[in-house]
Design a protein around this ligand. Structure first.
Ligand code: AMP
Ligand code: ZN
Length: 466
């Protein structure tokens, strides 16, 4: 286990050393659910999927938490414009987000806490900050006093010039280099309509930053391993999270911070405010293959900017086809006399080079270079018909292992796949009923190999896509 990450906090590559050996706690800032996420957002979420899968690939048990920002200015205004309650309005976009994650084959996090369901925890955290002298109140709102945290600005690398607070702000998303005391709790204003909580802090709602501190600590502990987001989250959002969390606990917060670069359109950040965005649904309507979109987002290093283009997606579609072709060939090829030690040698070399690149701050682009060299060599061996049964198995096993990261080999999910899995789930239930546990285990493995997961509940088994 030798993963190294570029830690935004120290601006250097560091060996990943989790708090508990073999386990990784991961907090990934989630979507603001006032609209469909655009594929710039999905670049960040697919990067986090790669991170999660790379940790698993290297043997870690991952606990990932991703929040839903379901109360802020944008969600409140959006719900008012739609004439819906905040709950109904945001529920639609939460649901759409999960559908899009499935389309892009992003693995589910362990927990998706919603801000509106954790206001109690946020109030508690603000109370701790108040007790330690880090807050002040004005007109019913509670602000964080930046001057009480000397470590402020470390993550965003602000220089001392920039470090003088220029007042205070109620807006959650202020400009870079504009250092301000920020709102932890916002007093109710008539524009918020029915959206408020009556708490010991008064009538109002939480600020944006406090939600991630409260929910990460609740599910991962006061100190945890990795915190991620897009580069625009680094300041002020993550800087503020660190200030609040460290001041509330008196100890450290997340050890490693990873930030993914922007997806660009014609040289500009893809964003809702610039109007230069595509949602995933826009692209599917144009007939693009979601697996090629996934591959495109994965194939450029996460700390490099990625220019969105239709040509880029077509190139990815070709790469996916080459991998699927090889997969199909391995399944169909008859066993030959054996390649000597060629299969073992070139596969072991690919494994070493691929894993080294991945370990080096998730350099999947480099790793894919090694993979495609291997694909070429394997195709040549298959042309000559030499690999024997054991060698074919070895090749297939490595391709499957790589696909545990990429998840591109499965062909489009069709209805018949679901029917087949339902059948296997029923057979497994029958095997368990007759206490044939080895058969039940085998069936579970078969279900998982098709990309599905089965879980037993008091109401009987349920199954869903991985
Ligand atoms: P939001 O829903 O605005 O809170 O954003 C969700 C995530 O998407 C955050 O981690 C952002 O940093 C990230 N993000 C927003 N725009 C882009 C972009 N153009 N490229 C990559 N990530 C982005
Ligand atoms: Zn956050």
């Amino acid at each position: 286990m030798a993963l190294r990450f570029f830690n935004s906090l120290t601006r250097s590559k560091e060996l990943f050393q989790p708090l508990v050996p073999g386990q990784a706690g991961l907090y990934t800032c989630g979507p603001t659910v006032y609209n469909y996420a655009h594929i710039g957002n999905f670049r960040t979420f697919v990067f986090e999927d790669l991170l999660r899968r790379a940790l698993t690939f290297r043997g870690y048990r991952v606990t990932q938490v991703m929040n839903f920002t379901d109360v802020d200015d944008k969600t409140i205004r959006g719900s008012q414009a739609a004439g819906e309650s905040l709950e109904v309005f945001t529920a639609r976009y939460k649901q759409a987000f999960f559908e899009d994650l499935d389309t892009l084959r992003v693995q589910r996090a362990e927990v998706y806490p919603a801000a509106t369901e954790h206001v109690g925890e946020m109030v508690e955290l603000i109370r701790r900050l108040r007790e330690r002298g880090h807050t002040y109140e004005d007109a019913g709102s509670v602000y964080f006093r930046l001057s009480t945290f000397p470590g402020y600005g470390r993550l965003a690398n602000l220089n001392p010039e920039q470090m003088r607070s220029s007042g205070r702000v109620d807006n959650d998303e202020y400009e870079k280099e504009d250092v301000r005391d920020f709102a932890l709790w916002k007093a109710w204003i008539p524009e918020d309509g029915p959206v408020f909580w009556e708490t010991e802090l008064g009538k109002g709602r939480p600020g944006w930053h406090i939600e991630c501190s409260a929910m990460s600590m609740k599910y991962l502990g006061e100190q945890f391993d990795i915190h991620t987001g897009g580069v625009d989250n680094r300041f002020p959002h993550h800087e503020n999270e660190i200030a609040q969390s460290c001041c509330a606990t008196g100890g450290p917060f997340a050890g490693t911070w990873l930030h993914s670069e922007f997806l660009l359109v014609e040289g500009k950040k893809m964003s809702k405010s610039l109007g230069n965005f595509y949602t995933l649904r826009d692209l599917l309507e144009k007939g693009l293959d979601p697996v090629a979109i996934r591959y495109t987002l994965l194939s450029v290093h996460y700390r490099a900017q990625l220019n969105f283009s239709f040509e880029g997606i077509e190139a990815s579609a070709q790469a996916v086809r080459r991998l699927r072709d090889l997969n199909g060939r391995l399944g169909r090829s008859p066993a030959g006399p054996g390649s000597g030690d060629k299969v073992w040698q070139l596969t072991a070399a690919c494994e070493t080079d691929f894993t080294e690149a991945l370990d080096d701050d998730l350099n999947l682009a480099g790793a894919l270079g090694h993979l495609f060299t291997w694909v070429r060599e394997v195709n040549a061996l298959l042309d000559s018909g030499s690999p024997d049964a054991g060698e074919l198995e070895r090749l297939q096993a490595w391709l499957n292992r790589v696909d545990s990261l990429l998840d591109v080999l499965r062909e489009e999910q069709d209805e018949s796949a679901e029917g087949r899995v339902a059948e296997l789930v029923a057979q497994r239930a029958a095997a368990k009923q007759s206490r044939d546990f080895p058969a039940a285990d085998r069936l579970r493995l078969e279900i998982e190999s098709l990309g599905w997961v089965v879980k037993d509940t008091p109401q009987g088994p349920v199954f869903h896509r991985r």
